[in-house]
Design a protein around this ligand. Sequence first.
Ligand code: ACM
Ligand code: ZN
Length: 509
Amino acid sequence: MKVIPLPLYHEKREGKLVLADTGFSYSEELANTASIFRDYLRKEEGISLREEKFPKINFLLDFNLRPEEYRLEISEHSLNLSARSDRGALYGVHTLIQLLEYGDGKHYFPAIYIEDAPHFSYRGFMLDIVRHFFDKREIMHLIELASFHKLNYFHLHLTDDQGFRFESEKFPRLNEIGSRRRGTILKDGTEDGIPHGGYLTKEDLREIVAHAKKFHLEIIPEIDLPGHTNAILAAYPELLCEGVNKKVEVRTSWGISKDILCAGNEKTYALLEELLLEIIEIFPSRYIHLGGDEAPKANWKNCHRCQEKIVNENLADEEALQAHFTNHFGKFLEKHGKTVIVWNDGLHPDLDPKIIIEHWKPGTRKRTVKAANSGRKVIMSDFLHLYLDYPHWMTPLAKTYAFDPLKGVEKPENILGVEAPLWTEWVASRSKIDFQVFPRLAAAAEVAWTAPELKDYENFVSRLQKLYSLYEKMGVNYARNKEKKPSILKRLAGTRRWWKDEDSEFRKN
Ligand code: ACM
Ligand code: ZN
């Protein structure tokens, strides 16, 4: 059994099903997955399946199974994949792709019985397309890879200080001004003078959303508010707080900006509501991410309008104003059937209990767990385990694998699941995305999918070789030759080298 993430239950059987002029049939409801399976076999393995009434391979509907569940029975005579829906069947196909073997000139599936379903209902990956822009084609390939790891959410970080990457027809300056930066500040403090820009058109995004749907992922758009908004402020400077008498530009350096949207100005609310209407027209996802991270409050403290809002709304302080601001858009989006997610910086006693928090911030785990135990829904994206932008020396595979989303949690039903983010300050190419993400995403996927009591790191490592051979086939530049459990001294030294030169690890791959 070389499958990642490890299935819930499996039993090896005797024999194998050889693929040679093999017949195939499927329930019409599973036609999408049947075509993914058939295309994969044809393109990657040169195997053609014949449609046939009494075939060896059958994809069957079974309403006794749960929505994401599948059952696989392979004997030397037949292969039956059963699922309640196309989604469950697709997870079965991703398992089949990993089970397929080749020997003595023949492709075959080993005989096996599998019952499988995910532990967590939320299994996500996040890509930052602001710090470096990645286009439709690259995003669509990553969607397929995320699906292959049995993930079901793809969080697209669309806006930040360094760029605005969603096409807005209502606010064209967000693209004309906001989607381009003059250059990027290098490590030595100089600017490279190379303009960087780009955005996804609505047409691009419709294609991306349709592709994600085919692979049973929801695209969650993130419009980061009220901080990380220099690109918006460069385009619409009237949304700055009173007393900020300077021009904000699309930021050329990384880090946290003190310039954020004014939360006391009605124009801010009006523009964002209109923009969110454009967003929800493109993204059918039930979730909209509104950021909420790293929003320094100095401007709000010195702004008449923000202070007036605090008084008029009877708020305790600027942190309460951020909660009020988030709740406003939470209510607005709720009317459109959407639920808001914010980073856990936004957690506040006033925050609407329906708003989900995405836990990331180091040192805040206790507070997050307390919120979950008090009823708040949480997605776990723990910085030290799941941030894939950091070097393998700092966050080795074993560390990601060891993450326990439920530690200290008394109400496990409030932990929706797990997401692994990739921020791209130091990731300028698709090849480096692959290096940062794989195979750590496989470890994150096993954290999200596999029942916690079945997790075993040595066993996981023993299943990697097969995954690596599939990565090769799929053209994925995964991180090779990493020590499975490096010592703390090596980890410190490697991390230190990375801080000086973020490509130091990557170049050696
Ligand atoms: C974050 O890493 N600022 C969510
Ligand atoms: Zn203000």
